[in-house]
Design a protein around this ligand. Structure first.
Ligand SMILES: Cc1ncc(COP(=O)(O)O)c(C=O)c1O
Length: 380
């Protein structure tokens, strides 16, 4: 049955206990499993290799992304680093230039030491992707919309280029979630999420998930998950399963708030730029509209003056000033020092990530209250 997304969140085969009918998958808080017959390996033998609660989450993300198999890791970064570990010394990867700061750091401070070379190109420019491909290029790593400036890459066209050159296409789909963007339908092979964000949705768990198209590729990721062992624990897997059930209602409301905030910010004299794929005129607006079902609940503003940015972050009362996004509460973050703090200053400046930018993840508050609060914080 081809159910709609809201139904899939609730009816996905992992919404009930198979043994008792309980409307919640049990938390199998166990490291190991009794083996009746040592000649025949049971499905679960040791929780690094497989755990029933984690499996329920892995199957859920597989289903929602339309993939063949899914894997859950102890953080979004553990998921990203584990996926990059399927490559070997001498391999080259092309990545979007304004990728999440942690992905930039792991690539430039760890994988480069292992002789896996990641080069950063402007993936919104398809020609730049094509020109960046070398004989040893093995993968294309995309993030769209990018963070914090929401640059848009055409997923379908970029993965067509990758296919033509036998590259694996990987995407960080954290900002969109499978509700708004399903990259596998557009030709992507591996979808990664920081599940810490919208999938968990309550700012109470750190986790990462990966959905893979194709058994051969999935086996490569499983080998790393089992060998490297950066797995998600049973309680955290359960928290993500619970969070995912309300993904659509949360994101619908949060997205509405984000749209309202983006339009309001655009009218304020203290604001120079609003970056949000839901605003007509945003670079890549049409491409995003064609490949995603909504602009999401995260936006950035650039004030006219660094002092206004600093004052705003000091004076806001209704939004937390914090790293992260995707929770039920509105979060204001300062990418220059937070998500992109690990990028060298000159790289940030080249990319336009300056010290006047504030990124907002819209929460579930009443937007009128947020606007009142933001008004007083802007005006000081
Ligand atoms: C787009 C994106 N990818 C990956 C990560 C890393 O995820 P985690 O913090 O769960 O390790 C983050 C975290 O902020 C992110 O925003």
């Amino acid at each position: 049955m081809n159910n709609k997304f809201a139904t899939k969140l609730i009816n996905n085969g992992n919404d009930k206990c198979k043994f008792t009918g309980a409307l919640s998958v049990p938390i199998y808080q166990a490291s190991t499993f009794h083996q009746e017959d040592i000649d025949n390996s049971p499905e679960f033998e040791y929780s690094r290799s497989g755990n029933p609660t984690r499996k329920a989450l892995e199957e859920t993300i597989t289903y929602l992304e339309g993939a063949e198999r899914g894997f859950a890791f102890s953080s979004g970064m553990a998921a990203i680093a584990s996926v990059l570990t399927i490559f070997s010394a001498g391999d080259h990867i092309i990545a979007s230039q304004d990728i999440y700061g942690g992905t930039y750091r792991v690539s430039t401070s760890i994988f480069n030491r292992l002789n896996i070379d990641v080069s950063f190109v402007n993936t919104n420019n398809l020609e730049a992707i094509e020109n960046g491909i070398r004989n040893n290029t093995r993968a294309l790593f995309l993030e769209t919309p990018s963070n914090p400036l929401f640059r848009i890459t055409d997923i379908k066209k970029a993965s067509e280029i990758a296919k033509k050159h036998n590259l694996i296409t990987i995407i960080d789909n954290t900002f969109m979630t499978p509700y708004l963007q399903r990259p596998i339908e557009l030709g992507v092979d591996v979808v990664i999420h920081s599940a810490t964000k919208f999938l968990g949705g309550h700012s109470d768990v750190i986790g990462g998930v990966v959905a893979v198209k194709g058994e051969t590729l999935a086996n490569r990721v499983y080998t790393i998950q089992n060998s490297f062992g950066a797995i998600l624990g049973p309680l955290d897997s359960w928290l993500l399963l619970r969070g995912i059930k309300t993904l659509k209602v949360r994101l619908d409301y949060q997205q509405k708030n984000a749209v309202k905030l983006a339009h309001w910010f655009r009218e304020q004299p203290e604001i120079k730029n609003v970056y949000y794929p839901g605003l007509e005129g945003h670079d890549g607006y049409e491409i995003h509209r064609n490949q995603a079902d909504g602009p999401g609940a995260v936006l950035s503003i650039e004030t006219v003056d660094r002092e206004i940015t600093r004052r705003f972050l000091k004076k806001i009362k209704l939004a937390a000033v914090a790293v992260s996004l995707g929770g039920i509460e509105t979060i204001a973050s300062y990418p220059y020092k937070m998500s992109h703090g690990s990028m060298p200053k000159h790289v940030k400046e080249e990319l336009g990530i300056n010290d006047r930018i504030i990124r907002f993840s819209a929460g579930l508050e009443d937007c009128d209250d947020l606007i009142e609060d933001f008004k007083q914080a802007l005006r000081g």
